[in-house]
Design a protein around this ligand. Structure first.
Ligand code: ZN
Length: 130
């Protein structure tokens, strides 16, 4: 389990290094790594961590599901936009493992997206040989 303490209402955190460390510690040489967030207002994506692109991503998510847009869920929790953004992003990724490391392209990173922070978050890692 990765424990992440987010610091902002919306935030993109590159967790590639922590995931790769967990793969190395597992001793699995060939297999799959599931990265799965246990929350309904966070996302897990694989993409580039370039700072401009990160800002573009957050801005686009805000325009696709803006806060306070008359959502029914806001009557009880005031964070419907964050749930809807999380649905669009997805809550897990499965990454191949070869030679004891994640198989990633040059610019690929595992990104955790906080959409309703700051909070303490948990991301489950399941590392399976195969
Ligand atoms: Zn809610």
């Amino acid at each position: 389990m990765l424990e992440i303490k987010t610091e902002k209402p919306v935030q993109v955190i590159d967790i590639t290094h922590q995931v790769n460390d967990a793969v190395k510690e597992s001793g699995v040489e060939e297999g799959l790594c599931l990265v799965y967030t246990l929350h309904t207002t966070t996302g897990i994506v694989i993409n580039e961590a370039e700072s401009g692109l990160v800002q573009d991503l957050l801005r686009r998510m805000a325009s696709l599901a803006p806060p306070g847009d008359g959502y029914l869920h806001d009557r009880i929790d005031d964070n419907a936009h964050a749930h809807l953004q999380a649905v669009l992003l997805g809550n897990s990724q499965t990454i191949p493992i070869e030679e004891g490391c994640l198989v990633m392209g040059t610019w690929q990173r595992v990104l955790f997206l906080e959409l309703d922070g700051p909070r303490r978050r948990n991301v489950l890692l399941k590392i399976l040989p195969g």
